[in-house]
Design a protein around this ligand. Structure first.
Ligand SMILES: [Zn+2]
Length: 207
């Protein structure tokens, strides 16, 4: 085979792999805040400072950091993700929840009914959230176009094999379809560390 042809085949193989697989991202512990809670923690009229866009359109990391406090421990320097939401929410890994002493249930983002509270601190200001501590259920964001291509519908639960240093198949990963999304699989740090994830690694729906 001549070299021009093999380069063409390599590109074709790369394109096919890209189409059949889904990029993985690891989400660390983070906080979403309501308008009222931003003002309680930072002052009346305060606006969060966007420093980095995230993969999902319109979502961003903020410059401001807070401290999370539970009965058994605390985490400093926790990132706030914007934009503001109707209800504040704190997303932890199961390891984080154990360290804090908070019995956070595994939920999809936004589903905070009957979840435990947590204390959020910024300097001398502090709020006690009555609810909102969750462990984010692993999920795959998907555009409607990719959902059609993969034969997936919103809410479908699938298994997902990671092509990572320690490959794992994660069962019960929920597909979420919206035109507001870009296609990416979200794991938390417990999950990403368990499979030896490195930035840029991909995975595949296997059933
Ligand atoms: Zn996500």
């Amino acid at each position: 085979m001549n070299s021009v042809c093999s380069v063409g085949l390599e590109r074709l193989a790369e394109a096919i792999i890209q189409r059949m697989t889904i990029e993985i991202e690891a989400s660390g512990r983070h906080v979403h805040l309501s308008r009222g809670d931003v003002e309680a923690l930072f002052g009346t009229g305060y606006q969060l400072t966007k420093v980095k866009d995230l993969s999902q359109p319109g979502q961003f990391a903020c410059a401001e950091r807070v401290t999370l406090k539970g009965p058994k421990g605390e985490f400093t320097n926790v990132v706030i993700l914007g934009p503001e939401r109707p209800d504040s929410q704190v997303e932890l890994s199961l390891s984080d929840a154990v360290s804090l002493g908070v019995r956070a249930p595994i939920r999809l983002s936004g589903d905070i009914k009957d979840t435990p509270g947590i204390t959020i601190q910024n300097g001398t200001r502090q709020i006690i959230l009555p609810r909102g501590a969750i462990v984010a259920k692993r999920h795959i964001h998907m555009t409607p176009e990719d959902a059609e291509r993969f034969g997936m519908r919103d809410g479908q639960r699938v298994s997902f094999r990671t092509f990572t240093e320690r490959p794992l198949v994660f069962g019960d990963i929920e597909v979420r379809v919206s035109p507001k999304f870009s296609t990416v699989a979200h794991l938390d740090y417990d999950e990403s560390n368990a499979c030896g994830f490195h930035k840029g690694d991909r995975g595949m729906i296997v059933g």
